[in-house]
Design a protein around this ligand. Structure first.
Ligand SMILES: Cc1ncc(C[n+]2csc(CCOP(=O)(O)OP(=O)(O)O)c2C)c(N)n1
Ligand SMILES: [Mg+2]
Length: 621
């Protein structure tokens, strides 16, 4: 076999540049490029290789390693996991900065390839700068901390190891059932070491992203369950969107008359005004879906992890004989809550179920009670988003105004704070890629970095990043990258003076508020309850090169949103919110434990109400 002499780093970048995915006959480059921040541990080996490979694997230089992994995760989420980025870091802090991003990707089942630099395989100069020494073993570095947050992990001790390691990394990344962060730790000396690699390794390779169908026996079980259902409900999760199953789901529920509720990752799978779309379900869900869930006799979960926010911490389903059916590409998710598992791709499974169900005796649910519940819910949303003359702007109204200003193909991006819950209820998407909220890891700091990834995935869409003051202060510096690369974002920064949603969680649990607002320390009390710390957010954004607007009322916000449309660079619309009015719950519940003993009557009261919630929890085994 002919060979080519390359360093390990040169082999990696060459290999990555020729990997493709293919689904439904459509082929695309898997790696759109590589994000990286250089330091010792990657600037010589990986850096030299990247310089040499040039435009065959475009290099992007962000501001923060955590943020670059977020951008990669957002990009691949926007691309339905068919394309992604690789991320390279230096040893030590550069590497560990990526761990949060890795966890986010793995939790959300999003493929990202992480290439942290590692300390020398030859160990000669150890301990090197930024090395953590582990007394029990010399074979451990900080990169071992990636193991629990990666779906695949390897350390490349010798260049020739790549011949086996790279295909295994690709297999995991492109397998929808297994995907998540894949980490290949790269000792800095190995990156520069050469080997005679077999030439075929650098030929184009296409990885098929398959659409497996459940086995016939399982399909029969499923039909048996659905056929008998009188009040079935579908929960659509992110898997339905990644599988591009919107049309199949629409046809299925329109024919068989099954309402569809949505999770954060599944929102937008059907347009909000689709007659069978009953809206968001769960702890942050809406009235229609939560009422229907309560009485559903069969719940068909499709492409969802069935996390606590979706199941209202297992209180959502109260029908005494409720049964679950779970369509999922991953066996772990398919088996949750005692569900009858249907292990397969969302779209192909829906398409396989349709003729079987047609052939059996099913009754179609009457749409009219659903239409009535939906109308009640839509009216509640209308009321929440409607600005009121002469009254201060509320966060729900801000969401409504941004939604109205955005076009049908634009994207809203969010991740943490009070906004995701409000967006879940209030945002009205018209396309499956219009709603991008990372709520698996709900990671503060994802918003702007994620917005960058979403914009890179499709520069034709306007990207609206909704971010709280807390998240903004945690990580906003990818604004610089967005300007450097010419990817315009419209960032709507809602300032309510701190970690408002956590403050609410605290006060709802009976504690007096502390430690969440942005306040000076009061020397008299030694507590953070002095005057509010004033941050000039608009100047901050401008100092990074962004355009900025400030809007304190509905008219100003509408005008700013209109102007932002014609801006060509990232624009921050700063919206200070005085009103603390928040969206109330709509019969959802979230398990947040309350102190079992306290002299504080408010805590005792919170505990009583908590126990009432807990009494509704069901094991569903
Ligand atoms: C990285 C990270 N740290 C901590 C948290 C816990 N947390 C969730 S929301 C939140 C406050 C967010 O503040 P802000 O962005 O201003 O949103 P608000 O709650 O005011 O709506 C905190 C601290 C988190 N989700 N992510
Ligand atoms: Mg806030």
């Amino acid at each position: 076999m002919s060979t080519i002499r390359m360093t390990a780093a040169q082999a990696i970048v060459r290999y990555l540049s020729v990997q493709y995915t293919e689904r439904d006959g459509v082929e695309q480059r898997f790696f759109a490029g590589m994000f990286g921040i250089f330091g010792h541990g990657n600037v010589t080996g990986m850096g030299q290789a990247l310089e040499e490979v040039g435009n065959d694997l475009t290099f992007y230089r962000p501001q923060n390693e955590q943020a670059m992994v977020h951008a990669a995760a957002a990009y691949t989420k926007a691309k339905n996991r068919l394309q992604t980025f690789a991320c390279t870091s230096s040893v030590g802090p550069g590497a560990t900065n990526m761990i949060t991003g890795a966890a986010l990707a793995t939790v959300n089942r999003l493929p990202v390839l992480l290439l942290p630099g590692d300390t020398f395989a030859n160990r000669v100069p150890h301990p090197v700068l930024q090395q953590l020494e582990y007394p029990l073993s010399q074979d451990v570095s900080v990169n071992d901390a990636f193991r629990p947050v990666s779906k695949h992990w390897d350390r490349i001790h010798r260049p020739e190891q790549l011949i086996a390691s790279l295909p295994e990394a690709m297999r995991v990344l492109t397998d929808p059932a297994e995907t998540g962060a894949v980490t290949l730790a790269l000792p800095e000396d190995v990156q520069t070491e050469a080997f005679d690699f077999p030439n075929p390794m650098f030929e184009k390779r296409v990885w098929k992203v398959r659409r497996p169908v459940p086995v016939a026996d399982d399909l029969d079980d499923a039909i048996e369950l659905v056929r008998k259902a009188r009040t079935p409900l579908i929960i659509a999760g992110g898997g339905v969107i990644y599988s591009e199953a919107s049309n199949a789901l629409d046809a299925f529920v329109s024919e068989f008359g099954i309402p569809v509720s949505e999770t954060q990752a599944g929102k937008g799978v059907l347009p909000w005004n689709h007659p069978w779309n009953v809206g968001p379900i769960g702890a942050a869900g809406g009235l229609a879906a939560n009422r229907i869930a309560r009485d559903a006799d069969v719940v068909v979960a499709i492409g969802t992890r069935l996390a606590d926010f979706t199941t209202s911490s297992k209180t959502a389903f109260q029908h005494p004989d409720v049964k679950l059916l779970s369509i999922n590409i991953g066996a772990m998710d398919a088996h949750k809550l005692g569900a009858t598992p249907l292990i397969g791709d969302a779209r192909s499974t829906i398409e396989a179920l349709a003729p079987l169900l047609r052939a059996s005796t099913t009754q179609k649910q009457d749409v009219s009670p659903i239409t009535a519940l939906k109308a009640e819910w839509d009216a509640a949303v209308d009321d929440l988003i409607q600005p009121r003359e002469g009254e201060p702007l509320t966060q729900p109204q801000v969401i409504g105004l941004v939604n109205q200003a955005s076009g049908p193909d634009d994207v809203v991006v969010c991740a943490a704070g009070g906004m995701p819950g409000d967006l879940l209820k209030l945002w009205r998407p018209l396309s499956p890629k219009g709603y991008h909220v990372e709520y698996g890891y709900s990671c503060m700091g994802y918003e702007i970095a994620g917005g960058l990834g979403v914009k890179m995935a499709d520069p034709n869409r306007e990207v609206y990043v909704m971010v709280g003051d807390g998240s903004y202060l945690m990580l906003h510096t990818e604004i610089v990258t967005s300007i450097q690369e010419g990817y315009k974002l419209t960032i709507v920064l809602v300032d309510n003076g701190g970690f408002r949603c956590i403050r609410e969680l605290q006060t709802q649990s009976g504690s007096p508020p502390f430690g969440n607002e942005l306040r000076f320390r009061d020397p008299a009390t030694n507590r953070l309850d002095g005057p509010t710390v004033q941050v000039d957010f608009a100047s901050n954004a401008e100092s990074l090169g962004a355009r900025s607007y400030t809007a304190t009322n509905a008219q100003d916000l509408q005008a700013a949103l209109e102007s932002a449309k014609s801006e060509t660079i990232t624009t921050v619309i700063y919206v200070p919110i005085e009103s603390q009015e928040r969206v109330r719950g709509f019969e959802g519940w979230w398990d947040v434990p309350i102190a079992e003993v306290s002299d504080e009557p408010a805590v005792q009261e919170a505990k009583r109400s908590y126990d009432e919630g807990r009494a509704k929890q069901r094991w569903l085994v």
